[in-house]
Design a protein around this ligand. Structure first.
Ligand SMILES: [Zn+2]
Length: 281
């Protein structure tokens, strides 16, 4: 039999775009959950430890984040389970160029034809499939499938599709290119502001020092991100890692975004104090 060019839906023995990344927490992060409606046209199609959101704009679908490479088939299955066609996904918004949120993007783009939307520095990382030199976690290394179909948006830029307008909110710190996304979902006359927040936690490789002069843009980034999160209309918070937003898959308590920023603010202050003390000794 002559081998024909396989459809992407056919099982393949080794697919470089969905090849499982052997990371310690993969099983915990990707523990399955049924897809769930949050409010109006907004849904969750991700996992227990990694959020993936879906918005039905009425003129195409928008996905936020892509989890790990091996997660792509499950994300697409969740989209289908809600009654949508993954081919209607026009944009995939990215929160940060780290493998746990971006690893599955290349496979998702291949299956849907969607364009990935990210900040300038986010897009640089996604194009490379590797960490930037100024990333606090740079020393950890690691690579993931690079993304080619990219659109760069600036802080404050609004992406419009159908009846939905999604605002890009730069939230640097965890990575310099981190971006959060905000939009309104409505049911009848009731509308709620939803924020899909990038990771804001100060996590670094062992040798990294937030007090180093070279880290100043990262620390300033965190401070700007806290101010931004404090000021956002935020009825419902989805965080890239759900466990950073409180209990459950999302947080709809008043002040959810402010609490999210406050948690990081405390962690960073503690971390900076520890580094100062170590230097003083
Ligand atoms: Zn990260």
């Amino acid at each position: 039999m002559i081998a024909s060019a396989g459809s992407i839906d056919e099982p393949v023995t080794d697919d470089p775009l969905t090849r499982p990344m052997a990371v310690e927490r993969a099983k915990e992060w990707l523990a399955p959950l049924p897809p769930e409606k949050i409010f109006g046209n907004s849904y969750l199609v991700g996992f227990q430890g990694l959020s993936v959101a879906l918005i039905d704009t009425g003129a195409g679908l928008v996905l936020i984040d892509g989890a790990l490479p091996q997660a792509a088939p499950a994300i697409l299955a969740n989209v289908r389970e809600l009654g949508f066609d993954p081919k209607d996904i026009k944009f995939i918004l990215s929160t940060e160029p780290h493998f746990d949120h971006s690893g599955g993007l290349a496979a998702l783009v291949r299956s849907t034809g969607a364009t990935v939307v990210a900040s300038l520095r986010g897009a640089d990382g996604l194009r490379l499939g590797a960490l930037a030199k100024d990333d606090p976690q740079f020393d950890y290394g690691g690579r993931w499938p690079p993304v080619t179909r990219l659109r760069v948006v600036k802080d404050g830029e609004v992406l419009k599709l159908g009846r939905t307008a999604i605002t890009a909110h730069a939230t640097p710190g965890h990575t310099i290119g981190s971006m959060s996304w905000g939009w309104q979902a409505c049911e009848g006359k009731t509308c709620k502001s939803i924020v899909f927040a990038s990771s804001l936690n100060p996590v670094s490789a062992d040798a990294y020092r937030y007090i180093a002069p070279s880290s100043a843009p990262i620390v300033r980034g965190f401070e700007a991100s806290y101010r931004r999160m404090d000021g956002l209309a935020c009825d419902i918070l989805i965080s890239a890692h759900p466990d950073n937003a409180g209990e459950g898959r999302y947080n709809n308590k008043p002040g959810a975004c402010r609490s999210y920023a406050e948690r990081s603010r405390k962690l960073l202050a503690k971390r900076l104090a520890r580094e100062q003390n170590r230097t003083a000794k």
